[in-house]
Design a protein around this ligand. Structure first.
Ligand SMILES: Nc1ncnc2c1ncn2[C@@H]1O[C@H](COP(=O)(O)OP(=O)(O)OP(=O)(O)O)[C@@H](O)[C@H]1O
Ligand SMILES: [Mg+2]
Length: 331
């Protein structure tokens, strides 16, 4: 019999996230890696990861009700569940055969070099995804958003996010998609409410280099016009983001900071945007908050989450520019 670990019911204002290929992010430290010898190591931290799970963890920290829906497998899957439970993040995890992947980051302190070892995730079957989506759809009351994205596990068809978005449409639930390449291209065809590409992902989606702001705006507007996407939140790393809908476009520029770890910056930003939109904020205010959460994340080490006091401090420091509609036509 299928066992699903769902520890909470729905709540008003809840944001549901979907992670088909979660990870255990394991950060260890050793002085140096010695060939054919033992390197004494210590665990720096171990975190549950994967895009949707990161979004849920950040939402939980920002005091937004959320449930992380994910497929888990084997020992590492159980460990992931324990970690989510310890953090107080509500979850609905569906076990599948195999072993949830581990992302191992080894830092050698002698030379301050990082080695990233990514194991493959377990293969999934069609019915694993269908059943998890059915769990999400059964949530009552309905969530304000479904957030989904990240790499697809082996066996998941490229149209998996498109199928999920269509299902959400049938339940009247708006969706947020943060994906790349074919899963993004097919997902966009299903008209998600919001997409959060970075400039390379948007560039691949529209099939052209995006080196200028007018070119970026034009690309975002073409996605909105052609596919019925409502909002494009285009993230630009240290340059912040552009937020575009049918009527307006804004640039959100963070103050210069010295990043400590960029891991999960995009996920933090998605969590911020989802929270602010769910609270009824305008496009510009929501995007300003999203950039504050993203920027706060890069000030936290490794896979550690954004600090709430940093988010508040940064929010006031983000510069906002309203972009003229004409800027999208001058490349
Ligand atoms: N170097 C940086 N300095 C300041 N803020 C940053 C930096 N890198 C990222 N950010 C913040 O995080 C947000 C998202 O970053 P980015 O555009 O790199 O997303 P991404 O490429 O989707 O990242 P991810 O690898 O997490 O998917 C930015 O809009 C910004 O707020
Ligand atoms: Mg990203």
């Amino acid at each position: 019999m299928r066992r699903v670990f769902c520890d909470v019911p729905g709540r008003p204002g809840l944001i549901a996230t979907l992670t088909l290929n979660p990870t255990l992010d394991d950060a260890v430290e050793t002085v140096s890696l010695i060939p054919d010898d033992v390197s004494p190591a210590r665990t720096v931290r171990i975190d549950p990861g994967g895009k949707g799970i990161n979004v849920s963890r950040t939402l939980h920290r920002l005091r937004v009700p959320t449930i992380a829906y994910a497929l888990i497998a084997g020992w590492s899957g159980h460990r992931l569940q324990d970690l989510l439970a310890a953090e107080g993040v509500a979850h609905c995890l569906s076990p599948i055969p195999g072993e949830t992947r581990v992302n191992l980051v080894i830092t050698t302190t002698a030379d301050n070099v990082q080695y990233h070892l990514h194991y493959p995730g377990p293969g999934v079957r069609h019915e694993d995804i269908t059943l998890l989506l059915a769990d999400m759809a059964a949530l009552d009351p309905k969530p304000v958003f479904w957030v989904q994205g990240g790499s697809l596990p082996p066996g998941a068809p490229a149209n998996t996010y498109a199928v999920a978005i269509q299902q959400a449409h049938r339940h009247g639930i708006p969706t947020i998609l943060d994906a790349d390449r074919e899963p993004l291209r097919l997902g966009v065809n299903a008209s998600p409410y919001l997409i959060k590409p970075n400039r390379y992902e948007l560039s691949r989606l529209v099939g052209q280099d995006l080196t200028t702001r007018p070119a970026m705006l034009a690309a975002a507007r073409s996605v909105i016009a052609t596919h019925g996407v409502q909002i494009v939140l285009l993230s630009l790393g240290a340059d912040g983001a552009l937020a575009i809908n049918r009527q307006e476009a804004w640039a959100l520029i963070p103050p210069p900071v010295t990043p400590v770890s960029r891991v999960g910056a995009g996920d933090a930003m998605v969590a911020g945007m989802a929270k602010a939109l769910a609270a009824g904020e305008t496009l510009v205010d929501a995007a300003r908050y999203a950039v504050a959460v993203g920027t706060a994340k890069v000030l936290s080490p490794g896979t550690a989450l954004a600090q709430v006091d940093e988010v508040q401090r940064l929010q006031a420091l983000i510069r906002v520019e309203k972009l003229d509609a004409a800027q999208s036509h001058t490349a």
